[in-house]
Ligand binder design. Structure first.
Ligand SMILES: Cc1ncc(COP(=O)(O)O)c(C=O)c1O
Length: 356
């Protein structure tokens, strides 16, 4: 068996995989209601949301649902991008509204100093950005930016697909109204679901929307079915929900979200140390390094990736966009296995020498 060190879907331990192997239940049963209410209640508590819903689909669905339940065609959304997923956020929003996108080069991180002017100059009603830019392993300093955008009167949407719970989130403190995360990354589950967190202003906005341009993704339906039955409006990925519940149990067992964030911070520091110790240059700007993955440069990235897979059975991935030919990424998120990570880093060290 190989070792998966890609940034999602991430490695899923056997006990989580096995939690899915049970007799199927109907989503109109009490057993499903118990599962779904537990997942939604815990998700909301973890991120300090007013309400949270688990939807069947990938992270993109979660983000798209946040957008389409919030933006209006005649208004504008300001998107700050520093890479592929920031661009994708803008592309998704363009389907539903006018988008004003401001970019900094991939590898650079957004902080309030860089973002402030764009927020000040914008007349957008909605603000959005990516918390952790997965394409280059960049952790944006989102908290201060969201607080500022909110102070300026904007509704706020956050792509947290590869961020939470490797990074902290308290939606009220961060002033995030709409929040989305995929389950196949730092939560550590197999792919197939996204968590949507809603703040008070988000709920008010959704319920006040005259037209929501989606049936499946209409959060009024999700809210109504949850309130009336504690269930989902459509058939959910029941097995993935079981796996997510197992991941949440594990997170609680390890000390909860703050312990989980700290575990990611510590491992990211270790991996960066090992990578730099091999003489490799990190891609993210100093002070903006991701906790959930490490991105670094190598002039023969494709060759390194190929050798890692073929000789050692270790799956790492290249970077996106500007660094697609000379960037590589190693993930350390969710229920990552420290031993496997060590084996992966040792193999990387050998491969780097081989392809020098
Ligand atoms: C930051 C970010 N946003 C959005 C996505 C898209 O998520 P999905 O592939 O689950 O739809 C990803 C996937 O890697 C991501 O890392």
């Amino acid at each position: 068996m190989g070792i998966l060190l890609a940034p999602g879907p991430v490695y899923v331990p056997e006990e989580v995989m096995l939690s899915q192997v049970k007799e199927m239940i109907t989503h109109r049963s009490g057993a499903f209601r118990d599962l779904y209410v537990d997942l939604c209640t815990r998700s909301a508590k973890y991120v300090d949301a007013e309400e949270a819903y688990v939807v069947t689909g990938s992270g993109t669905l979660g983000i798209e649902m946040c957008i389409l339940n919030c933006v209006k065609p005649a208004e504008k959304m300001l998107v700050l991008s520093n890479g592929n997923f920031g661009d994708l956020l803008a592309t998704t929003a363009e389907v539903y509204t006018n988008v004003e996108k401001k970019s900094i080069p991939p590898g650079k991180g957004w902080d309030l100093e860089k973002a402030k002017g764009h927020v000040d100059e914008s007349d957008a009603a909605v603000f959005g950005m990516v918390y952790n830019e997965t394409g280059y392993g960049v952790r944006n300093h989102a908290k201060e930016i969201y607080q500022y955008a909110k102070k300026k009167g904007m509704l706020t949407i956050m792509d947290s697909v590869s961020a939470w719970p490797s990074l902290p989130m308290d939606m009220k403190g961060y002033c995030v109204d709409f929040f989305a995360v995929g389950c196949q990354k730092a939560i550590g589950a197999p792919p197939g679901a996204a968590v949507i967190g809603l703040g008070k202003d988000a709920i008010e906005r959704i319920e006040g929307m005259e037209r929501i341009p989606s049936h499946y993704g209409n959060l009024k339906r999700h809210r109504k079915t949850y309130k009336e039955k504690g269930q989902t409006p459509n058939t959910p990925a029941v097995t993935v929900f079981w796996a997510m519940q197992r991941c949440y149990d594990q997170m609680d067992k390890e000390g909860g979200v703050s312990a989980w964030v700290e575990k990611h911070r510590v491992i990211s520091e270790y991996v960066r140390g090992r990578v730099e110790g091999m003489g490799l240059e990190l891609i993210p700007e100093k002070g903006f390094e991701s906790y959930s993955l490490t991105a670094f440069k190598h002039p023969k990235a494709a060759e390194v990736k190929k050798r890692m897979a073929e000789k050692y059975g270790i799956s790492i991935v290249g970077c996106k966009g500007d660094f697609k030919d000379n960037g590589l990424r190693i993930a350390h998120m969710g229920l990552f296995d420290g031993k496997n990570l060590e084996i992966g880093l040792d193999a990387l060290e050998r491969v780097i020498r081989e392809v020098a």
